[in-house]
Ligand binder design. Sequence first.
Ligand SMILES: [Fe+2]
Length: 405
Amino acid sequence: MFAAVKQARLLRAFRKTQVPRTHAVQIRGSSAASATFHLREDCLVLHYGGTRMHLNYVWLRDHCRSASSYNSHTHQRNVDTGCIDLHIRPDNTAVEEGHLVLTWPGGHVSKYSLSWLAENSYERKKDSTVQPRILWNSDVYKNANIPSAKWGTFMSCDDELKQFLQNYILHGIAFVEEVPATVEATEAVTQRVSLIRETTFGRMWCFTSDFSRGDTAYSQLALDRHTDTSYFQEPCGIQVFHCLKHEGTGGRTLLVDGFYAAEKLRQQSPENFELLARVPIRHEYIEKSEEHQNHMTSVSPVLNVYPWNNELYQIRYNNYDRSVINTIPPDTLQRWYVAHRELTAELRRPENELWVKLSPGKVVFLDNWRILHGRESFTGLRQLCGCYLTRDDVLSTARRFGLHA
Ligand SMILES: [Fe+2]
């Protein structure tokens, strides 16, 4: 249905010329890239750079990059979307020098770079990942031989920080070694990455097995794998641990890639994956002591995916903090337990467990939206400090370095 027309003739015919709807137009530039478009009643179909785009007319007016419609200095929209005619159509359509040029009723002209349209099209985005990741089990992670950052260079060298962030984004965990075993140094190494997120547990927390808070973490007991603050409406994005002192045995830290386990579930039982990604459950934290009064609660699926491409972005898995289940219809509950059991089995596979001894000087950063952590029981005095980081700021730092995050 697309007529092939020679370049010179096309450029003459369609430059500043109205294109009747339903006609197909092909523009060949001097480069290998070519553009083809035709106007449908509901959208403009543009084929460029190997991408066939269906560009809604309201979307096109809404995304006009002219100075009156968009402030390219602040990167903010000026056009009032609420005032765009929902039946708007261009009076004139052309491709000129690598740009789609539309003239709207009233004379306003919108000009879009073809590469910008392709890059920002639904068709291109739906097939790309929001955040690239390397999923791992114990062997995969160990065989990758990912180097830890070193305190001295990490604190002063941007390349070291960039490499650390790249490792962190891809694997969900990253280490800094040779950090002085103090709360102050832990705070400093953390602030090198991002802002600290203050919570009810403080800004920098430092705990021993003294049961000072109403949480199993403040004991010597083993802790099964879990994500933290699942009871927050927005769980903490990044967790930092630093073991300042341990005079005793045990206490190794367990790390499990929750996305690796979830993707296994998706492959084996897509219907169970879908159920855990669709049905919300509640997590809760209740604390009633003289110093602390808390009642936190959240409602969210165990697995959270972007709705347009089904990419996982968050797992909430905490059997300690999971509250009464009363958000699942009775006819679905049994199936939910089956799905939850299958995910649990994947999370508990020994080959998926990465055991790490956190010794003084070794600080671990972990993605609390992806990586589950736990610990084995221990004896003796064990002093751990750490904090949470704001997720947005960590990812922002990564993007500043040009990383895909
Ligand atoms: Fe925890």
